[in-house]
Every structure is written in structure tokens, then in C-alpha cells.
Ligand binder design. Structure first.
Ligand SMILES: [Zn+2]
Ligand SMILES: [Zn+2]
Length: 128
């Protein structure tokens, strides 16, 4: 699954997954294309209903912000229009619904970003 995430406000492209670069994680910190484990999949559904969990290497601008904050915590704003779209927190971790895993530190709020699969994004671009 190659996901493209765009700012919900200005439609600036925030993250683009490729077959060799995955960005989205499950609530258990696993790559989303990994086989969902029977015990973990339900939990991921709950946790991921409002958040996109991301690798700290999901995009260069995210890695930059994290290293500038010295791996503590901070807000993720759209690099284009500065809308607040998420946050990262390496200091106080929270646990997922099953209480046995720590949620990934970096996340976007789902209501603030638009998500597309890469194929449909291409079609939309062609229509413009
Ligand atoms: Zn924006
Ligand atoms: Zn869990």
C-alpha cells in the first residue's frame, strides 16, 4: 500500500510512500504492509481511527523538525501553510488500546490530512 498524505487545508503533499520507502506505521509500530497479527489488528483499528502513525523518517521535513527539537516533542505543521496537522512526542509515550504496546511517537491527526492511494492520486493529477 503506497499512501500519499496531503495537508487538508492547502493540499500540499506531506508524505509519499513508495515501494521502497514506507512511512505509515500501525499502532504497534509495525510497517502497515506487514501481515496484521490476529491479536494486534483489532487494536490497530481502534488506535488508527483518528491518527496516522508515522516513522520518524517518513519525510525529510519531519526528520528535520525532530532533530531540531532534539528528539523531545513538538508540533507538526504543514511546511507550506503552517496549519497544525499533528505532533511528535518522544518524552511521554502513550499506550495503545491493548495496553501492551507503546504508540509510535510521530502522528498526524486524520481529520487534518487527506489520504490517497498513489494510483488514485495520479489519476486526479491527470485530470487537472
Ligand atoms: Zn498546508
Ligand atoms: Zn495494542
Amino acid at each position: 500500500m503506497a499512501v500519499v498524505l496531503q495537508c487538508g487545508k492547502c493540499r500540499h503533499e506531506l508524505i509519499r510512500e513508495t515501494p521502497t520507502h514506507s512511512a505509515v506505521l500501525t499502532a504497534h509500530g509495525e510497517e502497515s504492509q506487514a501481515d496484521p497479527k490476529p491479536d494486534g489488528s483489532k487494536c490497530s483499528d481502534v488506535c488508527q481511527s483518528s491518527h496516522w502513525f508515522l516513522k520518524d523518517t517518513a519525510a525529510p521535513w519531519i526528520s528535520d523538525l525532530i532533530s531540531k527539537a532534539e528528539w523531545t516533542k513538538g508540533k507538526l505543521n504543514c511546511p507550506n501553510c503552517d496549519a497544525r496537522i499533528g505532533s511528535f512526542d518522544f518524552v511521554s509515550t502513550s499506550k495503545c488500546a491493548c495496553r501492551s504496546h507503546v504508540l509510535p511517537a510521530v502522528h498526524f491527526v486524520k481529520s487534518k490530512v487527506d489520504s490517497k492511494l498513489q494510483g488514485t492520486d495520479l489519476l486526479a493529477a491527470l485530470k487537472k
